[in-house]
Design a protein around this ligand. Sequence first.
Ligand code: HEC
Length: 136
Amino acid sequence: MKKLLLIPAILTTFASAEAYTQADRILDMQKMAQAMQDIQTGFFYNNIDIVKDGTKTLRETIKRVGPIDSEINTKDIYEKWINNSLKMTNKIKKKITKKAEDIDERFESGDPKQALQAYSKISQQCLKCHINIRKW
Ligand code: HEC
């Protein structure tokens, strides 16, 4: 009997751990904006450690980005559409992750020009989502 009582408790814990709120997303966005600035600072000071700190934060943070709970559960047409854009979101996330890895590799191997190009590709992906999904 005791075991049965535990199950709902565990389920609730999982559900609340997974809830992604708008506040979470705004925080993640600000983290990514800071990471992008850090990467740029690393470029200018020619400091691989600063670059790597930034790309690491970026890669970890972009993993979480996506529709928030109210968007997933909503009946609003616009928000449904955002939700349907998950495929695009996932593609963008993959690209940002890959380009962040490229930055590390290129900068480490003494090719800052290519690293900067990868950086610029990331900025493009950020804006792509802001323009297409966010309508900014
Ligand atoms: C999958 C879509 C998506 C991607 C990718 C994305 N953003 Fe955003 N961004 C949003 C949304 C949606 C908001 C609005 C925040 C909200 O209301 O939840 C936002 C808001 C922001 C804000 C404003 C946060 C505030 O304080 O209000 C910043 C800064 C930002 N994004 C930076 C970035 C950077 C930097 C990247 C790329 C590394 C990026 N975003 C990639 C969707 C995205």
